[in-house]
Design a protein around this ligand. Sequence first.
Ligand code: ZN
Length: 213
Amino acid sequence: MRTGLFGLLIFFALISTSCQERLESPEESSIGSAAEDDCGFVQNSYGARVSWKNKIPVSVQVDPLMNDEFFNAATRAADRWNSLAGKKLIVLERLPPTDVVSPSQDLTTGLYWRTDWAAEKSNQQAVTTLFYRGNSINEADVKVNAKDFLFYSKDPNSNQEVHMESLLVHEFGHLLGLKHSTVWPTVMWSTLASNTVRDVISEKDLKSLKCEY
Ligand SMILES: [Zn+2]
């Protein structure tokens, strides 16, 4: 039986340093897949862009631990991508308060509010993990580091808080398959400073998006 090409990609949003890590399982050489321009997207080992293909909109189950204020910020972040694309790419579904969720490879795409976080990774604001096979994403998990960071949506209470909508516009870009960009301005720039709003998706981001959606 063909095992196919499985991939796992993890993006970290950090305070101050560039961050991207890619882990892929061994590949099968018989899979034919033409190399493509990256166009801002993650590529598999054959150089093909990785995205959700025709499996849109992506349904994202939202952790009930995320409060109303931040759920609304997440909704606005998703809507920024949707309105730019002119179609629904990301749909958020808030889970009932009684649900207890945790991220794992379970074919459920989720947005998780995590109050546990590895001490050695305490500089990560959030992490998005992509699970893909060949050039097609099957699952994405977005985890927000609520252990080490404070967040805001309108007015910060201190100068050490992360703007939630800006953070999630970036993470949802990863969820769609986009990688970090080294060209400014773009919401896929790898770092987001505290008390900084960066939630307007740029022409460059849109040009990338249109390569796959
Ligand atoms: Zn990132």
